[in-house]
Design a protein around this ligand. Structure first.
Ligand SMILES: *Cc1c(COP(=O)(O)O)cnc(C)c1O
Length: 373
């Protein structure tokens, strides 16, 4: 699916130097690299404030904490997402309210969000799934009209942009009240361990997030808020500074791989290649196809495995059918798009070093199987 060892081999001297510098300075928590990395990432995001933290799940928790929602407030989340999006809300005593997604882009369906809004809604979390922005235009308008905050879970679309009808082009994660991301090693910008960050254009919220991520303290041993111990290690920040320089080139390489997949798979019947929203760039955290027909996705997956092609299913179980979230009281059939996607989606190998020959091989194997089964 990805080849981190090969990606890191090319960066080895710079990564080694970064490690040596952190060891020499020995400021392992809140060392200078953390602020330097935050400033550099902010620059990539059009000048947004960046608050680093320990991981993408904590980033979601901190984002929601910063909104000061009353206990039990409802947080609208997609029915098709990674569990962390719901988990953060649930752990804070907020109520995740699911909304179905669009069958083409896999992202929140604004009509479903509109139907899920109630007087108790406190926030909407848009997830930019697989590398493409959710409908920030309509979701932003809905959130404004209802006086609720839009949070962007941008763990999968760092570097993507979205063009509004006004012509304004915005960076994914820097549109809503707060944006979050993850530097889990497999993400488009991956640390060599866990890491995460928050984005905001509001300096006061940035200061609040900084405080919340560090035990709610304004200065050492003076605590204004109940916060978290959620900091990005200096070592990870130093390594991320090296990897951040590669992000634009890596994104372009992922997009080139996706274009090759499109060429190889676009005409295969029974298979749907990823739909593009013309307003969003797509940074292809995943290249995810849909395979129609009962059991066909899993059979194709097994055949690809036998041919030496790794694949993954993101995600096999929708949020409302996870045992941990049974208490929300949803029934099977309530989110038909999410449920169907769990049966049909298949993510193909995707990383910046994937060669044209490798993509062509995957295309041939898939074309052959689907033509004959
Ligand atoms: C990876 C991911 C997260 C969680 O990030 P961690 O750093 O693993 O905690 C949250 N939301 C989405 C959509 C993700 O893909």
């Amino acid at each position: 699916m990805l080849d981190l060892a090969a990606e890191h081999a090319a960066l080895q001297p710079a990564l080694d130097a970064a490690v040596r510098e952190v060891l020499a300075e020995a400021a392992f928590i809140q060392g200078p690299a953390v602020g330097q990395f935050a400033a550099e990432l902010g620059h990539h995001l059009g000048g947004a404030h960046v608050v680093p933290c320990a991981n993408g799940t904590d980033a979601l928790t901190l984002a929601l904490l910063s909104l000061n929602l009353p206990a039990g407030a409802e947080v609208i989340v997609p029915a098709f997402t990674y569990v962390a999006t719901l988990e953060a809300a649930a752990l804070l005593g907020l109520r995740p309210v699911l909304a179905d997604v669009r069958p083409d882009t896999f992202n929140l369906d604004p009509a479903a969000v509109a139907a899920a809004l109630t007087p108790r809604t406190g926030a909407i979390i848009a997830v930019h799934l697989f590398g493409q922005c959710a409908d920030l235009e309509v979701l932003g308008t809905l959130a404004n009209a209802h006086g609720v905050d839009l949070v962007e879970d941008n763990a999968q679309a760092l570097g993507a942009t979205f063009q509004f009808a006004s012509g304004k082009i915005a960076h994914a994660g820097a549109v809503g009240a707060v944006g979050t991301t993850s530097f889990f090693p497999s993400k488009n910008l991956g640390a060599l361990g866990d890491g995460g960050a928050l984005f905001t254009r509001d300096p006061a919220r940035a200061a609040l997030l900084q405080q919340l991520a560090n035990h709610g303290q304004s200065q050492k041993y003076h605590h204004q808020r109940i916060g978290l111990n959620s900091r990005l290690d200096t070592l990870q920040a130093a390594l991320l500074r090296v990897k951040l320089r590669q992000l634009p080139a890596n994104t372009a390489a992922r997009q080139a791989v996706a274009a090759r997949y499109d060429g190889a798979l676009g005409d295969v019947s029974g298979l749907q290649i990823p739909a593009r929203d013309a307003r969003s760039s797509h940074v292809f955290h995943q290249y995810t196809v849909q395979v129609e027909g009962p059991g066909r996705r899993d059979a194709l997956r097994e055949y690809l495995h036998q041919c030496g092609v790794p694949t993954a299913v993101y995600y096999p179980v929708p949020a409302h059918q996870q045992p941990a979230y049974a208490y929300l009281g949803y029934q099977a059939g309530q989110f038909p798009v999410a449920e169907r996607l769990c049966e049909t989606v298949l993510s193909l190998p995707m990383h910046p070093l994937l060669t044209a020959a490798q993509v062509a091989y995957v295309g041939e194997v898939m074309g052959f199987y689907l033509a004959n089964n």
